[in-house]
Design a protein around this ligand. Structure first.
Ligand SMILES: Nc1ncnc2c1ncn2[C@@H]1O[C@H](COP(=O)(O)OP(=O)(O)OP(=O)(O)O)[C@@H](O)[C@H]1O
Length: 709
């Protein structure tokens, strides 16, 4: 953005249409007056339209007003009539269909034609567009590249309702609490505690407890309670305390960011340097990290074996315990059924002598069977649930040493076990999130900048895609009044029909004008439906695009300086007195000398033929007086107009060259210089002549003779 220009606007109220109420809403929406002004200057129509009371049209007019002031040149400085503005809008709509992002679509509205006196701006724009034309030569037909661009959107912010419910910050220190609240309260609970017992009570409800002072850590903490100590709440890294926020940013924008990374790679591979802030290696690192981020903001499953192991173990704990216990009980049943007790002689003597009770003997035997079965059971559980050393040790507490039959797990211990397992799952999860968030946090700012730059890239690239689709070429700027071209194609016709006849034409001082025919004011005559209106429209398209700094729809085109552009379309019928007066008033500007281009289509229909021929003659005379002005008037009254003027005015003609084999008109869409076109009625008579025979044909032959001088 041009900062010097930016300073020209110091307040919202300076812009047309902004009253106190709207200004207030804009400031509220964007956070400050400067931010609102910036959005207007940057043409952020989408954000502006979100403000209550600001419609899309109003947002656009604000942006154009601001841009006009910033550039010192408004849209109406060049586009002088409603139809000139309409034609520009139609062109813009066509160009917008090539935009891949809504950003580019919106910003396109801020490109408008500048008068020749602002050649600095035109040249600036030409240089901007020229860079993109080179890129579009290589990439405009690359479907994959286009598909990537279509995925780029404005970055979504981290959702305001994101909360980490498994975490709490606890402290007894007011300063620490204030600092922690300021940074983290939006996302997790920050709680004041007065005593150790309160600390323990609160801490127990969370799987992660964060402290910034060690006041309560000097006490003996109950088992399983492991608060994490960080140094300073105002300096603690966000990725440590709340990795979810960092991850959520990337998760919400995952598709867009991945697309942007691939866009950069594609551009670089195609030989265009783009976004130097990140090296190829850094792009790869970021891509690798992003592949680990799930759409839900959690690390993707299946990439971390330890996380997967713990998750599966926790999920399967109950069903596997039940089935394994069942099998063990059946095994024990069978063992017991098959068992018999054989006494040794020694044991018999001890029993008889009362040195041993039969009960003890049985208990000893049973204990052996029970312990063996429990050991096998634990072994099996560890294997099936893929337990590591620490979890295997915890298994011991599940089964009592005392014989109990059928075998069963102690419920209270099982509950504890489950809790511990889930706690270590949460801890592992958090540490994985932190690792990932730490890697990504480095990329946060570059990514924000990258997405912005790609959105801006699309603006230029879309224009270049439009140019490439219609095979547009940059015009050559020439010093004197004139517009001349070879193989021009009316964009609106081409967009509708695909292939059309290219047309060559020239008016004024260009190398395309035939010798001695550099007239700046011409009348264009021609057969009905010959293409006069289409040619006028093509001239208008070339002038408007050329003054926007854009390429134009002609193989070669020379364009002289135009300061003001007047375009008058064909009127639908004779105008009433009021409308006639208004039209005439618009021409009064011709009294001032300056480079004006006037394109007018059948102006004669504004009033009755005799009067309009005189009026047109008068207008043309005035136009011819100014060395810098050009005028091209389509008219069926060229002969009548010439009769009413002394000024030398060239008449060119679009002619039908004759009739084809099926007696259809063959039109040469290229105007013939200095020729009043034969009119269609003559050809129609000829058609009838050739179609008929006998007396009827004689009649048409008679009529045809009437056309001979
Ligand atoms: N260069 C071209 N290539 C192909 N078709 C064209 C071309 N120019 C014009 N046409 C066709 O001819 C039709 C009539 O063109 P246009 O309206 O420009 O003629 P016109 O001379 O202004 O007619 P009128 O005298 O009736 O106003 C267009 O709608 C289009 O279909």
């Amino acid at each position: 953005m041009n900062m010097a220009a930016f300073q020209q606007l110091s307040g919202l109220r300076e812009l047309n249409g902004i009253g106190e109420r709207v200004a207030g809403r804009l400031v509220e929406h964007f956070g400050s007056e400067d931010a609102a002004l910036q959005a207007i200057l940057e043409g952020d129509i989408a954000s502006l339209s979100e403000v209550n009371g600001v419609s899309h049209t109003f947002a656009l007019s604000l942006a154009r007003d601001a841009r006009g002031r910033a550039e010192g040149c408004a849209i109406s400085d060049f586009l002088k009539t409603k139809e000139a503005l309409d034609l520009y809008s139609r062109l813009l709509e066509l160009i917008k269909t090539f935009a891949h992002t809504s950003h580019a679509r919106d910003r396109m509205d801020l490109f408008y034609p500048f008068p020749a006196s602002r050649m600095d701006l035109i040249e600036e724009r030409r240089a901007f567009v020229a860079d993109y034309l080179k890129i579009a030569d290589v990439l405009s037909a690359d479907k994959e590249f286009i598909a990537l661009l279509l995925r780029v959107k404005k970055l979504k912010p981290v959702p305001g309702n994101l909360r980490a419910r498994d975490r709490i910050i606890l402290s007894g220190d007011r300063k620490i609490l204030d600092a922690a609240r300021e940074r983290f309260q939006a996302f997790l609970t920050v709680q004041a505690v007065e005593s150790f017992s309160e600390f323990v009570d609160l801490a127990r409800g969370y799987s992660s407890v964060i402290v910034f002072d060690d006041n309560f850590l000097s006490f003996d903490l109950p088992e399983g309670l492991e608060p994490e100590l960080f140094q300073d709440p105002s300096k603690a890294e966000f990725w440590q305390i709340l990795p979810e926020v960092e991850l959520a940013f990337f998760a919400r924008n995952l598709d867009c960011v991945l697309a942007c990374l691939n866009i950069v790679s594609t551009l670089r591979i195609a030989g265009f340097s783009f976004f130097e802030d990140l090296s190829d290696a850094e792009l790869e690192d970021l891509k690798t990290a992003l592949l680990k981020v799930g759409e839900d903001g959690k690390p993707v499953e299946g990439l971390d074996p330890e996380l997967d192991r713990l998750e599966t173990a926790l999920k399967n704990l109950d069903p596997i315990l039940t089935s394994t216990l069942n099998e063990a009980n059946q095994r024990m049943n069978r063992t017991l059924e098959a068992s018999s007790l054989t006494l040794s002689g020694q044991e018999l003597i001890k029993l008889v002598s009362g040195g041993m009770e039969i009960k003890d003997l049985l208990a000893k035997e049973l204990q052996r069977v029970y312990t063996g079965e429990i050991e096998a059971l634990k072994e099996e559980l560890s294997e099936k649930l893929d337990f590591q050393k620490q979890e295997k040790l915890m298994l011991d507490s599940l089964f009592s040493d005392e014989i109990s039959y059928p075998l069963r797990a102690e419920q209270a211990q099982l509950q504890l076990f489950r809790q511990k397992l889930s706690m270590s799952l949460e801890k592992t999860r958090l540490s994985r999130k932190r690792e990932l968030a730490k890697t990504l946090s480095v990329f946060r700012q570059p990514v924000e900048k990258l997405v912005k730059e790609i959105l801006d890239f699309d603006l230029g690239f879309s224009i270049a895609c439009f140019a490439s689709q219609f095979r547009l070429k940059m015009p050559v700027i020439v010093p004197e009044a004139g517009i001349g071209f070879e193989a021009g194609e009316n964009l609106f016709l081409k967009a509708r029909y695909g292939e059309i006849d290219p047309v060559s034409y020239s008016v004024g001082k260009t190398s395309f004008s035939p010798v001695d025919m550099e007239n700046r004011v011409v009348l264009l005559s021609g057969v009905n439906s010959g293409g006069k209106t289409s040619l006028l429209e093509l001239l208008a398209q070339c002038v408007v695009l050329g003054h926007m700094g854009f390429p134009v729809p002609a193989m070669k085109l020379e364009l002289g300086p135009v300061e003001e552009f007047y375009y008058f379309g064909k009127s639908k019928g004779t105008l009433d007195a009021g409308a006639f007066e208004t039209t005439l008033k618009q021409f009064s500007v011709l009294s001032e000398a300056s480079g004006k281009l006037v394109l007018a289509d059948e102006l004669e229909s504004i009033t009755e033929p005799g009067a309009s021929a005189r009026i047109i003659a008068g207008i043309l005379e005035y136009l011819a007086r100014s060395e810098e002005s050009l005028g091209i008037f389509v008219s069926h009254l060229s002969e009548l107009i010439l009769e009413n003027t002394e000024t030398e005015i060239r008449v060119d003609g679009i002619e039908a060259e004759g009739l084809d084999s099926s007696l259809e008109l063959i039109v040469n869409r290229n105007p013939i210089y200095n020729r009043v076109a034969r009119s269609t009625p003559e050809l129609i008579v000829e058609r009838l002549l050739r179609k008929t025979t006998g007396k009827e044909q004689e009649f048409y032959a008679h009529l045809k003779n009437k056309f001979k001088n």
